[in-house]
Design a protein around this ligand. Structure first.
Ligand SMILES: NC(=O)c1ccc[n+]([C@@H]2O[C@H](COP(=O)([O-])OP(=O)(O)OC[C@H]3O[C@@H](n4cnc5c(N)ncnc54)[C@H](O)[C@@H]3O)[C@@H](O)[C@H]2O)c1
Length: 246
């Protein structure tokens, strides 16, 4: 039995990841700060379990990992998909939302990896896949882009630190995906307009879908990526490329 934990698993990308990993035969623990959202995803999948987990709360992380260790005995993959993006430019940033963004998007994956480390050390295997964002490269809302750039630094640092115990650490960096997340930007009409502008500027003239992100995560989490660590896999339909050349 291979066990995967997904944070933000009640969301669109986390839900797509849970679905793909369940299809691949994983036992999936779908976690979310919103327990009803996690349940909705888990109840339609085989070998899936729903748990409430707030990744911004260190005590919650510790309690969750203890209970997962006693219920399942092992954790083979952790996929950090929980994320928030307050739509704030520099002038709008306030300390509380800046801190909250870093706590969810950056500190959460670090503390979750730390809590799972004793299991990974015992297993001498494991895989951590962080959902980053193309904004780490191209910029975006400053607090959000900073958290996702930090996540790349965390990914590469943990890849170095955990390689000797057989744990691989990678990131998947999507561009805009139309999800519950993007609704933080505005109403449906604004989103239609935004999505069309993104599509038109993207080299492949395509929008990225949750399933595209899930496919990349499934590869990196699996043994097919056995000797891949410290990478950032962009799922961007080409929008990570330096478009000013064209
Ligand atoms: N949608 C996009 O355009 C896009 C682009 C690039 C990267 N991402 C990243 O993909 C990930 C998933 O986003 P999505 O588009 O599926 O959004 P979503 O809003 O559909 O899902 C995010 C999930 O995270 C959960 N969450 C929020 N705070 C949490 C916390 N403190 N603890 C645990 N769970 C929490 C939410 O309840 C939600 O279910 C995020 O990390 C996001 O930064 C999204």
């Amino acid at each position: 039995m291979s066990v995967a934990v997904i944070t933000g698993g009640g969301g669109d990308i986390g839900g797509a990841v849970a679905t793909r990993l369940a299809q691949d035969g994983w036992t999936v623990i779908v976690t979310d700060v919103d327990p009803a959202a996690a349940r909705l995803v888990a109840e339609r999948l085989p070998r899936a379990h729903a748990r409430r987990l707030d990744v911004a709360d260190p005590d919650d992380i510790g309690a969750f990992v203890s209970s997962a260790a006693s219920d399942f005995g092992r954790v083979d993959a952790v996929v950090c998909a929980a994320g928030i993006e307050p739509p704030q430019n520099l002038a709008d940033i306030d300390v509380a939302s800046w801190d909250r963004t870093q706590d969810v998007n950056l500190r959460g994956p670090a503390l979750l990896a730390q809590a799972v480390l004793p299991l990974w050390t015992e297993q001498r295997s494991g895989s951590l896949v962080n959902i980053g964002s193309r904004t780490w490269l191209g910029g975006g809302h400053p607090g959000y882009a900073a958290s996702k750039a930090g996540l790349v630094g965390l990914t590469r640092s943990l890849a170095m630190e955990l390689a000797p115990i057989g744990v691989r650490v990678n990131a998947v960096a999507p561009s805009f995906v139309r999800t519950g997340f993007s609704r933080q930007r505005g109403d449906e009409r604004m989103l239609d307009d935004y999505a069309e502008r993104v599509r038109a500027m993207t080299p492949m003239r395509e929008l990225v879908l949750p399933v595209d992100v899930a496919n990349a995560v499934a590869f990196l989490a699996s043994d097919q990526a056995a000797r891949i660590t410290g990478e950032v896999l962009h799922v961007c339909a080409g929008s990570q490329l330096p478009m000013f050349l064209h």
